[in-house]
Design a protein around this ligand. Sequence first.
Ligand code: H2B
Length: 94
Amino acid sequence: MTALDSSSIETRLRDLPGWKFQEGRIAKTFALPTFHRAIAFVVEIGMLAEVADHHPDLSIAYTTVVVTLSTHDAKGITEKDFALAAQIEDALRG
Ligand code: H2B
């Protein structure tokens, strides 16, 4: 899959509030209400990632979850990253 150019990335980010393009990745910091909810959110992301065969970098610091996406094979951002970011947003909304 071909890496998107930066203007395409910025255009697509308009549909994903809170997601930023930085250092060749798209990323969002999520504030969950409790540690348990943060862990549950990460587990749900993990299941989505396995189904998509596309894997984000994840960090958990108590109730803060940082999700970072890029496509290693393309050495950039592709539609796969935006598709998974949209699914992650849907998962959060329930
Ligand atoms: N995840 C991410 N973020 N980028 C990739 O390029 C990637 C991946 N490649 N998950 C996948 C797995 C690839 O290695 C397998 C073979 O499909």
